[in-house]
Structures are given as C-alpha cells and as structure tokens.
Ligand binder design. Sequence first.
Ligand code: AMP
Length: 287
Amino acid sequence: MKIIRTINEMKQIVNEANNKTIGFVPTMGFLHEGHLSLVKEAKKENDFVVTSIFVNPLQFGPNEDFDEYPRDEEQDANHAKQAGVDVLFIPAMEEMYPKKMGIKIIVEEGTDVLCGRSRPGHFDGVGTVLTKLFHIVQPNNTYFGLKDAQQYAVVHHLIEQLNFPVKINGLPTVREQDGLAKSSRNVYLSDIERQEAIFLYESLQYAQKRVVDGIENPDIIIKEVTNMLQEKTSGKIDYVELLSYPALQQISTITEPIIIAIAVQFTQARLIDNILLQPNGTKIDRL
Ligand code: AMP
C-alpha cells in the first residue's frame, strides 16, 4: 500500500493507471469496520482501491467537533493495508486548501431536512470536498455507507447533476453486535451513554415493525420513536423524521420507499442512524 500526501503524486498514479478501474472510498479516518466494508466491496469490483483520509473543515459548523474529531493515522494505515487499500491518500489541510476557497458547491436539493437542517452548510462542504477529490482521484466507482443516507442522496445528486463520470454505490450500515452503528464518534460516549445508544437502532427496528404491521401514518411512528428515545436515553433528540427516500420529502402516508432517521446529541458525541424501508416494511440495505 502506498501512502500519498500530495495532489500531484496522486494524479500521477491515476495517469499511470491507464485502463485500470479505480474504486474510491472517501473518509475522514479513524477507520472502523464500516469504512473497511466499503474498501472490501471496492476491492471486489475494481483493479485498485484509493481511500482518502481528510477531516474536511468545510463540512463542520463553527460550534462542531472539528478540533476534537478523532484522528489516528498509524492505526488507519494498518487497517487500510489489511483491508486491501492500494493507495491511501492523506492530504494535509494546506494541500487541499492552500488558500481560502473562493468557490464552493451549494447543495439546494434534499438539505432542508435531517442533518442538512441541523447543520447548515454541512452538505455544501461535503459537495465541495468531493468535487475536488473526484477530480483528483478520477474514480470509476465510489462507495458510500447508507449510515449517512442523506449524504448518499446528496452525493448521488452531485454526481448526476454535475456529470461526474463515476458510479456511486450505497452499502449497508455496519453495526456493533448490540446494533449500535459503528462510528468514529462512538469513542466519545460515556459508559452509560454507550449502553443507552443501543436504543437508537432499537427504536428504528421498532419503527420497522410498525410499518410491517401496516401503520401508514408517519406521525404515529415519529411519536413512538421519539417517546422511546426520550425514555431510554439521556441524550437530546436533534430530530426524528420519516421522509420519502431518496427524494427526502415529507409524506402523509407511507406509499413509497422511506427513510426513518434520527439524530441524538450526547454529551460529547452526536450520533445519527437510520433505516430505509419499502412501503411494506422490507428493509433496503443497499443502493
Ligand atoms: P466518515 O469517515 O464518517 O466520513 O465516513 C466515510 C464513509 O464511511 C461514508 O461513506 C460513511 O457513510 C461510511 N460509514 C461510516 N460509518 C459506517 C458504518 N457503520 N457502516 C457503513 N458505512 C459507514
């Protein structure tokens, strides 16, 4: 595995790749099995795999956890190598943003809900950094986790509407044994919060059961999930939403594929999770 730190060297590798297919997994590092599942899938489908590690300041709000975001480059390099990454691209801040960006991507579609509403400008930052990374890495395929389902929808729009020649793949959320979605931010949960955090996925599974039971009114499900989270966790609920997916529109009856998504702010970690369902309640794991 090569570790590359400059855009020029990265571009040179891409130029020398000729007709080989490139699979690309963008990350912010502190790699866990969720990230590595994307790498393994990319490895199956491409001649070589590029993974980037870049904690992108543009997607963090002024009061968010950019400074505290966990980082461990040595451990990441070991994990990446074991999972089969061919090129680990770790640009420094000055390499990606040598000066203040005078141009940015503004994502208007699908950002007035969920994390887009709670984190203004977040998806503009995501869109801007991915535009740069797609130009630098020129992948044939790119891999995203459905743990961040709104991000998947936004990146899908970005690729489609700006004509990036790359295919996006959405892969299942990898979870701990007790159901908690793996996340770099889980290390910031206290012991008690870690125990409470299992109720994020439990509440989503309960919601799925209610859809399977035939409940068609989103308000009923939102209320039940909210009550469960309030009762079982000490975190502050940021949102509980049920929307059409991938359009991310409010709906009054469940007659099309949906997302049920939640965000809970614990003392030092804001956790998100979601479940994607067909209108009959069957889970959608992959896109
Ligand atoms: P991040 O490092 O948080 O920006 O995540 C990089 C990529 O890994 C994104 O596509 C995430 O959706 C994906 N990812 C993060 N956590 C998980 C997980 N638990 N399961 C599957 N994919 C994940």
